[in-house]
Design a protein around this ligand. Sequence first.
Ligand code: MG
Ligand code: ZN
Length: 374
Amino acid sequence: MKFNLLFLAVLLLFACNPKTAALEKSAPPPSPIPALAADFKKPKNIILMIGDGMGLTQITAGMYSNGGRLELEKFPVVGLHKSYAYDNLVTDSAAGATAFAAGVKTYNGAIGVNADTVAVKTILEEAEENGLKTGLIATSTIVHATPASFIAHQPQRKMYEAIAADFLKTDIDFFLGGGKKYFDRRAKDSRNLSQELRDKGYVVSDYFEKDLADISVASDKKFAYFTSDDDPLPVAQGRDYLPLAAKKAVDYFGAQDENFFLMIEGSQIDWGGHANNSDYIITEMLDFDKAIKEVLKFAAADGETLVIVTADHETGGYSINPGSTRDSLVTAFTTDYHTAVMIPVFAFGPGAKLFSGIYENTAIYEKMRVAYGW
Ligand code: MG
Ligand code: ZN
């Protein structure tokens, strides 16, 4: 009897532990990966493009505002992913990107760590171990949640200086985005990470020193470029570097003997959603689509590059309402935060077929590994 009571107590303890409960809810059935043909051609390179906050309505609004067409229509394979996080049905960008980068559902705010705050190896780190070149591009700071989750391991997304220092622990070959101050004017220590990068052999430059358009990136050097001191501007206020950066990056990697992994983020589609600003969403969406155009041009010519375009989550509960015409959209929002709707995934190139169907956001990591043959 005593034993039975003890057993019951232990059982109750487990049943009431919120972490255990969340884990059970968050341990999804593994998403089946489509069977591969015997002659499956593996891609040599993967370019993962993330439109932060880019749900189906953001895509649709961009399309109607662009004469009814988008580069995205060139992708032969479309799927859907379930974006929810470990601790919340509505994910943030940190948990969302960590799911893509490392294949784990984690808590909102987590950067490259699992639900127990333990570092998880990312696809970028695995790419390095496998001898591939790697790159990150964003229109936020480069230490912001989405790019950070591919390269850093920190318990909270706001730890920007710690995230910047994590860049030095890797051999990333090409990175470009805002956030210069987190590298060279740090509050918490006196390290100058830009100098440390130079000491490691990087060419480091920034918007203040030289315009990106005027830089020819040497393919035998590692390259870091800061587009702003803090957050880059919106497109509507003059930012125009993303399509150019995408082109510079594929030219850079295309000139290498090694294969590569590259992540490119259209970061501010999300910020337009948070601001409930339809014009902001659309201008950022179309800027991202121009970057997709540059990447597709490279991938189509190269023939050995898998391109995946998706979002971490939708932002704004954005809708296109009655009264809209193709020239004039009547839009509305249900929230100034993210929502939990499923998110489209577009794939082009060898291995694209892996991305059809409906699956967990973590399956994108698994599918990329299968595509690489790891
Ligand atoms: Mg982001
Ligand atoms: Zn957001």
